[in-house]
Design a protein around this ligand. Structure first.
Ligand code: ATP
Length: 364
């Protein structure tokens, strides 16, 4: 389903690759933990699946589509088939929980009745149906992350990418989030989660893919966070974490969940009527661009061409990230990445020529 074939990705022309000759395949329904010390390439790999940065070498295909050949105009639809959640939640602060989730459907032009039914359903799934009227600052971190997950899955993505989703959460909230991710996966969604959270990886016993300086050094179908003691992968993980002054977080205290059940949901209040959202899809493009924009400051480049924000596609997953004019800077176009000019021209030409390349939304 998602196949990296000898993929190398560099941010700097002569710099060390963030991903170095990586070959790995993720199948439909996989639950994968992506581990490795800080800077080992986990986020880069996730971003590449979102088509945020193309390989300079190798090939990345998703559902048979070579992302390097995908027409730019097809990228938004492609990205809408992928949900993404982040360590810092990235909810819209001025929208209620309900509207944060509904927004993701509004931007794709869903009808109001359909949105209402689906959002209600998804909020129930994540145990937040009684908090629909609250604003992000009125709920806990764990609840915010569950709202962010609701937003990410409301359009039923085939793949859910999670970049350290429990990084800001206490053990209890982490447990709740993991139960939900596990449930989402059990419903057929591929989940790929970057994490430093040793206890979670150890308790879930799912596939573990380990990166070290951009190189894939372990792919264990039912792994623990730590590779077998004394193995090369174990040495590499310890070396790199020690060098960075980092260790994966300590084991969590007793009571940490076993993820075998969905959370018990106390719903003291009846689900609230979330009310009507007056936002039109047309109004939402620019706001979406601001709201779901992934910020990697290093990526920013001075604006060279004026691109109205309205042209930026909207989505729930950071789809509108490229070419977004903001504060005098624009994010680097992903096709350009750090590829050399020739490589970029080549990719650009491929984009224009490859009209037969098709991506059907929702069909990963
Ligand atoms: N936008 C960028 N520009 C230049 N270099 C980058 C950029 N993003 C990441 N890098 C570099 O690429 C390498 C891999 O970074 P990446 O963020 O993928 O690692 P990571 O494993 O996700 O780290 P962490 O666990 O800290 O999130 C690092 O050396 C990093 O400094």
């Amino acid at each position: 389903m998602i196949r990296f074939e000898h993929v190398t990705r560099r941010y700097e022309r002569d710099g060390r690759p963030a991903l170095d000759d990586v070959s790995v395949e993720f199948d439909r329904g996989d639950f994968v933990f992506l581990i490795g010390a800080s800077g080992s390439g986990k986020s880069t790999l996730l971003r590449m699946i979102l088509r945020e940065g193309l390989p300079q070498h190798g090939r990345l295909t998703v559902a048979g589509q070579n992302l390097g050949l995908m027409l730019e105009r097809r990228v938004p639809a492609y990205r809408r088939s992928i949900g993404m959640v982040f360590q810092d939640f990235r909810l819209l602060p001025d929208k209620t929980v309900y509207d944060n989730v509904a927004f993701a459907m509004n931007v794709i032009g869903a009808r109001r009745a359909q949105t209402r039914a689906r959002v209600t359903d998804v909020l129930e799934t994540v145990g937040l149906d009684h908090l629909g009227r609250r604003y992000p600052h009125e709920i806990s971190g764990g609840e915010q992350q569950r709202a962010a997950i609701a937003r990410a899955i409301v359009n039923e993505p085939a793949v859910l990418l999670a970049d350290e989703p429990t990084g800001n959460l206490d053990p209890h909230a982490s447990t709740e989030v993991m139960k939900i991710l596990r449930w989402i996966n059990a419903s057929g969604t591929t989940v790929i989660m970057a994490t430093h959270d040793r206890p979670i990886v150890d308790q879930m016993r799912r596939r573990v893919v380990q990166l070290h300086h951009g190189v894939l050094v372990r792919d264990d179908p039912q792994g623990t966070y730590d590779p077998p003691r004394g193995s090369r992968a174990w040495e590499l993980l310890n070396e790199q974490e020690a060098a960075a002054g980092l260790r994966a977080i300590d084991p969590k205290p007793a009571g940490f969940g076993d993820y075998t059940d969905l959370p018990d949901r106390d719903r003291p209040e009846k689900a609230e009527d979330p009310g009507e959202s007056e936002d039109s899809a047309a109004d939402l493009g620019a706001e979406a661009a601001q709201a779901y924009r992934i910020t990697w400051p290093e990526d920013r480049r001075p604006v060279t061409a004026q691109e109205p924000a309205e042209q930026v596609p909207a989505g729930v997953d950071g789809t509108e990230l490229t070419g977004v004019q903001q504060e005098g800077f624009t994010e680097r176009d992903d096709a350009a990445g750090q590829a050399g000019d020739e490589e970029f021209e080549e990719l650009d030409a491929l984009d224009r020529d490859e009209d037969e390349v098709r991506f059907e939304e929702g069909r990963l």
